[in-house]
Design a protein around this ligand. Sequence first.
Ligand SMILES: [Zn+2]
Ligand SMILES: [Zn+2]
Length: 135
Amino acid sequence: MTIPASLEGTGPACALCGIRAVVHWQKRLSDDELDAYIALEQARRDSATELADPAGPPPAFPLLPTAQDCTRLVHGCADHGISLDRAALIHLKACTAPTVADLPGCNCTPEAAPDPEPDPVPVQLPPGWITGGGT
Ligand SMILES: [Zn+2]
Ligand SMILES: [Zn+2]
């Protein structure tokens, strides 16, 4: 299938060459990006507090996000994507992927994948219903 010309240039662009991206992966925010994100969140909370009904209780917020709560997406085109295995992991803030010299790898050791969810207790389905997508 070819992509209609009208769709070219829409959507996320490859972080390296700027053409239409087809894959993406997650990366930790740089210190500057994290500071900016936290400042934005704090400003949102400040204005929510300001706008709250003074007669009611002040709005309560969860703890501000930390580096461990935040990632951003890095996009790559067909020529500049990292491997699928790597794209499944969260990359360090210092990761420079996609960099031609490192492809299909990158220059960081991605964070280990979280432990998979424990298998849910199998359920009994009505006859004819297929679990797990079949073969
Ligand atoms: Zn590219
Ligand atoms: Zn990386």
